[in-house]
Each structure stands twice: as C-alpha cells, then as structure tokens.
Design a protein around this ligand. Structure first.
Ligand SMILES: Cc1cc2nc3c(=O)[nH]c(=O)nc-3n(C[C@H](O)[C@H](O)[C@H](O)COP(=O)(O)OP(=O)(O)OC[C@H]3O[C@@H](n4cnc5c(N)ncnc54)[C@H](O)[C@@H]3O)c2cc1C
Length: 309
C-alpha cells in the first residue's frame, strides 16, 4: 500500500479531523465533486438528471458505526422515506446500506430487523445492496446476508477483491443465488488479510469477475455488478461477458457520482447497464477521505480549491 494511501486511510478514521473538516469552505467545495449535496432532495435531482442520460442510480445515506438504538431507528426510517420518495418520483433508483449504520455494533439481530423492514418495503424487482465494510465485519455481514436472502431474493452484497478470502466466500454464497457487487476494497487492511499490492488486487478482481460472469450465465447469480472506475478492467470484463454470450444490457457497471463521468455515459450510450452510486448526507468526512485515498492525485484538486477561496 502506498504511504500516501495509508496516511489518508488513517486520517479517514481521525475524529478531530472529522469534526473540523466541514468548517472549511475549500473542503466543502472539494466534497461537492463526489456528491450532489447533503440532502435526499439533492440526490433525487441528480438521479433525474442521470436518468436523462440513461444512467441508473443507487442511493446511500452517508454514515457508519452508529452507537445508539434511536439513531439506528432513524436511519432505518430515513431509508423507508427514501424508498417512498423514489416511488413518488417514478425512479428505478435502488439503495445501498451500511450495516454498521443500522446498528450492527449494537446488535446483529436489531440490525437484521431494520434490514428486513427496509427490504420488505423496496420494489420486488429492485435490489437492496449491502455495503461491505472493514474486514472485521465481513463474517457478521455475510451471516446477516445469508439470513436476509433466505427471506428476500432481492438483496445484494458487496464483496472486495483485495481480500484473500473473497473467492471462497463467493463459492459459499452461490447456492443462495446471490446478487453480487464486486469492488476492489476501500479500507486499510493488513497483508495477512488483503493483497498488499495493487497489481495483485487487480488480478484477483479480474479472476473473480470472470467467475461471477460464469456463475451468472449458469443462473447461480441474479445480478453481477462490477463497481469500479478502472476503464481497462471494464473493457476486459465486457469482452469476457460478450464471449460468455451476454447482451450489452446484461453487463452492469456501477461507479461513484462524479468519477469517470465520460465512461459512465459511454457505457450507457452503448446499451450497457450503467449505474451511479449517489452518496448524500452530512456525515461525509470518512467516506470523502477514502475517495482521496483511492486516488491521492485528488489532493491537487483540494489544493486548487484552497487557492480558489
Ligand atoms: C458503486 C460502488 C460501490 C462501492 N462500495 C464499496 C463497499 O461497499 N465497500 C468497499 O470496501 N468499497 C466500496 N467501493 C469502493 C471500492 O472498493 C474502491 O475503493 C474504489 O472503487 C476505487 O477502486 P477502482 O475499482 O475504481 O479502481 P482503481 O484502480 O483504484 O482506480 C481506477 C481508476 O479510476 C479512477 N478513480 C478511482 N477512484 C477514484 C477517485 N476516488 N477519484 C477519482 N478517480 C478515481 C482513477 O482514474 C483510477 O486510475 C465502492 C465503489 C463503487 C464504485
């Protein structure tokens, strides 16, 4: 892992920085590159704009590791409101939730109850996605996913290609006919758990991606979404998908709002399923700093905003 990435990932967990960052205009201006605004209305406007370009959306309300039951309840209620507003607007937008925001640290059963309520309210033909957080949450997240998919087929899980265990996790999930969103992985993980070198993460992403396409062809997976901005990887996997006999529409790529916009539009205009994850909310600090860690060159973008102040 590069030194800069490690420093930024450590900074993403720093409470002092989190509490102070939002006071600076240049930081807020930089954050706006990755999110349309802090409110659900901002996200809905972005979704309508993206729909005009045939790009689908997934909403996530920023927040993680909440520590009281009332807050977990508020988050669950918020997602119910989100589903209602999406329906009113006639959008096909899906949602993606972090289990630690639904009370996982307090009680896995409480968290599962909230998750159940949310999935039960979502359209049957849409997926409720579950984010994957740091490696100490993988076992419990997969455990809850298994319980949720036992009741609701329309729930999907994110898996991280930087973890050595992911290949095995996929093999164990396939009998459940999961929906899987494959990412490279955004957290700071030790080398005994995750590939320390990017080249190996990329190789594992491609190998895992190919396996998922095969699983989808054999109907062992409902949806397979490649959540990456890596254009070369997308090209290689789309060639693989063509070889497997998939239609363009069956090839799904998800990206984050504001990153690789040209590629998002290109995929949509070619008829692929192009989806943008729109994050919103006031608790953006750790999420934003993880975006910087993914591409430390983004620090130049912040620097430009300092001088634009
Ligand atoms: C829809 C979606 C959902 C995600 N959910 C999760 C999750 O639940 N758990 C989890 O651990 N991670 C999640 N991630 C983050 C993911 O793990 C990676 O950290 C992130 O996508 C960067 O890796 P990459 O695949 O884009 O490839 P990289 O090889 O890191 O990047 C490829 C290229 O994309 C561009 N790029 C990548 N990141 C940025 C950035 N931040 N700013 C500007 N350009 C950039 C650059 O041009 C870079 O060269 C999610 C990502 C997406 C798109």
């Amino acid at each position: 892992m590069s030194l800069m990435r490690s420093v930024l990932l450590a900074a993403s967990q720093n409470h002092w920085l989190r509490d102070h960052a939002s006071h600076y205009q240049f930081v807020r201006r930089s954050v706006s590159r990755f999110m349309p605004g802090e409110t659900l209305d901002d996200a809905l406007v972005a979704a309508q704009m993206l729909r005009g370009k045939r790009i689908g959306t997934v909403f996530t309300h920023l927040g993680e590791n909440i520590s009281d039951r009332a807050e977990a309840q508020q988050v669950a209620n918020h997602y119910l409101e989100v589903l209602e507003r999406i329906r009113q607007k006639g959008l096909q937008t899906e949602i993606s939730v972090k289990l630690t925001q639904l009370g996982l640290d307090l009680s896995p059963d409480l968290c599962l109850d909230h998750l159940r309520t949310i999935i039960a309210r979502a359209r049957k033909e849409s997926i409720v996605w579950i984010d994957m957080e740091a490696s100490n949450y993988v076992d419990v997240t997969l455990g809850l996913y298994r319980r949720a998919i036992g009741e609701f087929p329309n729930v999907g899980i994110c898996l991280q290609a930087y973890l050595y265990r992911t290949k095995e996790d996929i093999a164990k999930l396939l009998p459940l006919r999961p929906s899987i969103r494959l990412v490279k992985g955004a957290y700071m993980e030790p080398p005994d758990i995750a590939f320390p070198h990017k080249v190996d993460v990329d190789a594992n992403y491609f190998a895992t991606g190919k396996e998922l396409l095969r699983a989808k062809r054999e109907k062992a997976c409902v949806r397979v979404a490649f959540a990456t901005h890596d254009v070369a990887m997308i090209r290689k996997l789309s060639e693989e998908a063509l070889r497997e006999g998939f239609s363009k529409e069956d090839f799904e790529v998800q990206m984050l709002y504001g990153i690789q916009r040209g590629e998002q539009e290109r995929l949509a205009s070619e008829g692929c399923t192009s989806i943008v994850l729109v994050a919103y909310g006031t608790f953006w600090y750790p999420w934003f700093v993880r975006r910087l860690a993914e591409r430390p060159a983004n620090l130049w973008f912040i620097a430009r905003n300092v001088f634009a102040s």
